[in-house]
Design a protein around this ligand. Structure first.
Ligand code: ISJ
Length: 386
């Protein structure tokens, strides 16, 4: 065989060296972002500057074109870099405003154990606050709320809604009565795989284990099986554990590729959720609320009931319009012990401390039968990942 003109090993060495340079440049850019936020603390400027971002992206895509780099590609890469910079600055400011919550280690209650989607959310949260974990895996949402309420845990990490299966009713019902506050939110891309413990193929599978959320999120895929038994477990990690122990070619489990690696399970089918962009929104709950810096994008969550008078809900919602407050989510659930009455859960993109928000809260308290503000926290919806 003729010797290739280009030495592949040499080119790969060059790429490795170049990638390391890129990493160093990314780290240098992050360090500059930290200088930017320090300046914004002094000047009281908002973290997000959309005008600056637009100019930056325009300039970069134009320069990129001259280097034969597609505008789409440059846009995507720099959007990600800018979101990381905004996230870094927001987290810096949040910690500066809330010195009492600065802790090296956090006792965190969450559903399942290592390998569960909630554990991935816990890891993402800890990466943001630079903290270590004292692990308090729980087997129900109720147990997570109880652990934080009883001071066994500092924080609870709980999934609340998913792009495929919608709102998690059980969690909304627990929010109806809890004294806890929502102090943060985060978004986790959820990619379900069909995992098995030993050599097999999809045609041999007779039983599939999973938490009821992944089962709901993969209903289209599961419907393709003719005669399948679904075994619903408390959490994804308990489902993974059972399937590993059974070591049976007719048994599979729904879980992430990372969870598969952790339990030494093989994926025989990837990406089996109904929606390809399957994401779960998690909330972080604590006993004390946080002060969200006014320079950051914020969300406030409210729980209210309006009674059964005609137009009562419209009247309450008009208050948001009158105060120019943007509502980004509304959900309703039956009220325990009050048949046919509904509790409304409303998220607005407004800091609870602003003048319009305080005025709206005053008006809402006067026109509702029940009203609780259950937390003001950083709005991280722009940081959703694909
Ligand atoms: C770094 C800044 O903060 C934010 C992040 C930006 C970036 O990473 O380039 C640009 C504008 C702001 O939304 C800045 O204001 O310059």
């Amino acid at each position: 065989m003729a010797k290739a003109k280009i030495d592949l090993d040499q080119v790969r060495n060059d790429i490795t060296a170049l990638d390391e340079n890129l990493l160093n440049l990314l780290a240098q850019r992050r360090a500059l972002s930290l200088q930017v936020v320090q300046s914004k603390v002094e000047t009281k400027k908002a973290i997000r500057d959309s005008y600056r971002e637009t100019l930056l992206l325009q300039n970069l895509t134009e320069k990129g074109k001259k280097l034969n780099l597609k505008a789409d590609y440059i846009n995507q890469v720099y959007r990600q870099i800018i979101e990381d910079s905004v996230e870094l600055q927001q987290d810096y400011l949040l910690q500066l405003n809330n010195p009492e919550i600065k802790s090296a280690e956090y006792k965190i209650a969450y559903l399942g154990s290592k390998g569960s989607y909630s554990h991935a959310a816990v890891e993402k949260y800890l990466a943001g606050v630079n903290g270590g974990l004292i692990d308090l895996g729980c087997n129900s949402f109720n147990a997570i709320f109880a652990a934080v309420e009883d001071k066994k845990a500092d924080l609870g990490v709980i999934p609340i809604e998913n792009t495929s299966s919608g709102s998690i009713n059980e969690v909304y019902d627990l929010l109806q009565t809890t004294r806890l506050k929502i102090v943060d939110e985060l978004f986790i891309p959820v990619k379900h795989n069909l995992l098995v413990a030993c050599e097999t193929n999809p045609a041999q599978i007779k039983t599939i284990y999973g938490h009821h959320q992944p089962i709901a999120q993969c209903s289209d895929f599961l419907a393709e099986f003719d005669d399948i038994k679904l075994e619903v477990m408390d959490s994804t990690s308990s489902a993974l554990e059972v399937v590993k122990k059974l070591n049976d070619p007719s048994v599979a489990v729904l879980g992430s590729a990372e969870a598969g690696k952790h339990y030494n399970l093989q994926s025989i089918q990837a990406d089996v959720a109904n929606q390809k962009d399957n994401q779960t929104r998690f909330i972080i709950v604590a006993r004390e609320s946080v002060n969200v810096p006014f320079q950051c994008a914020a969300k406030t969550s409210l729980v209210l009931a309006v009674g059964q008078r005609p137009g009562a809900l419209v009247d309450a919602l008009m208050i948001f319009k009158q105060h120019d407050i943007n509502m980004c989510k509304i959900e309703s659930r039956p009220i325990k012990g009050r048949p046919w009455e509904e509790m409304f859960y409303i998220d607005v993109t407004e800091n609870v401390t602003t003048e319009p928000m305080q005025s709206a809260i005053k008006a809402l308290k006067a026109s509702t039968t029940d009203f609780t503000e259950i937390g003001c926290y950083l709005d991280r919806s722009s940081q959703t990942q694909k």
